[in-house]
Write a protein that binds this ligand. Structure first.
Ligand SMILES: [Zn+2]
Length: 295
């Protein structure tokens, strides 16, 4: 009886589109690396992250005051690629629609394959297998490829495969494959791709075909993400807000994942409406609820 009530409530709650956003109902996961002196940039980047102290200490007025100036190439650290990065008519950074930057996400886990082959590329079969288990990927969503490469950050040799300044010809790390990218961007029409490596194209790429396929479809990319191992495969909302650079081809981005804690919320609602305690209801339903929602 309790089980039926819970399932009915789960269905009801999951079908309510107009619920106010209650942050307490989500686990927040930071998917961005900090910017600092260890931030990794493409080997051909002429500069890296620069932070200069303008003031630090007790001011003439007697209060503490600190301020810095910062300077960074767009494409280093956790950053976004605007479509114009690889498509002449594509949106520049400030024009990327907010609907692309705040969207539902799917996380395709190929960490085991990447661990076995550091030049692994996401295949069309990987996408099909994911969809067989989780359903077809919806338009306007974000697809994140999880390799767990962020564990190597910020060691340039293990993360990028090579740290020769000015030479990007010997890089080795995983990325998306061309066929998988075509399915995701041309057929499924996702809004954004993301990866926990330095590039959506794998390190060996010299033609940046994944960037080109996606940019032609107006797709933006998130690169150098972290903490993807803390996300379930589906049900996640991503908020990825880059610095709003006019005419930019990308830029630093703070990416946050909202992972719903439906079970906790449902238990609270049911406990309030019934004479059972949360723990009694939980022990009767947890296993079933977890099957419905990747908690
Ligand atoms: Zn980039």
């Amino acid at each position: 009886m309790i089980y039926r009530f819970v399932v009915g409530t789960l269905v009801l709650i999951s079908s309510l589109p107009t619920l106010a956003l209650e942050i307490d109902a989500y686990r927040l996961v930071d998917l961005s690396h900090s910017y600092g002196e260890n931030t990794l940039y493409w080997p051909t980047s002429p500069t890296a992250f620069e932070k200069q102290q303008l003031a630090y200490g007790i001011s003439d007025g007697g209060w503490f005051y600190s301020a810095y100036s910062v300077c960074t190439p767009e494409h280093g650290g956790t950053h976004i690629d605007a479509p114009i990065h690889f498509s002449a008519g594509g949106d520049s950074t400030e024009k990327i629609p907010l609907e692309s930057l705040l969207a539902q996400a799917y996380i395709i886990d190929v960490s085991k394959k990447a661990a076995a082959d550091r030049n692994y590329r996401l295949t069309a079969d990987d996408v099909r297998e994911f969809e067989k288990e989780h359903g077809e990927i919806s338009a306007g969503t974000i697809v994140l490829m999880r390799t767990d490469w962020s564990n190597h950050w910020p060691d340039a040799i293990s993360y990028l495969g090579d740290d020769t300044p000015g030479d990007a010809s010997k890089l080795q790390f995983p990325g998306f494959g061309a066929e998988a990218t075509k399915i995701l961007t041309e057929e499924r029409k996702v809004a954004m791709l993301g990866v926990d490596t330095a590039s959506v194209d794998y390190g060996k790429s010299q033609d940046f075909i994944v960037h080109r396929i996606g940019a032609a479809q107006g797709v933006a990319n998130l690169e150098n993400l972290t903490n993807l191992d803390q996300l379930p495969a589906t049900g996640v909302t991503i908020i990825a807000l880059p610095m709003k650079i006019e005419g930019g081809s990308g830029g630093p981005v703070r990416v946050v994942a909202l992972v719903p804690m439906y079970l906790r919320e449902v238990l609270r609602v049911i406990a309030e409406a019934s004479e059972n305690t949360e723990s009694e209801i939980a022990s009767a339903t947890t296993a079933n609820a977890e099957r419905f929602f990747a908690i």
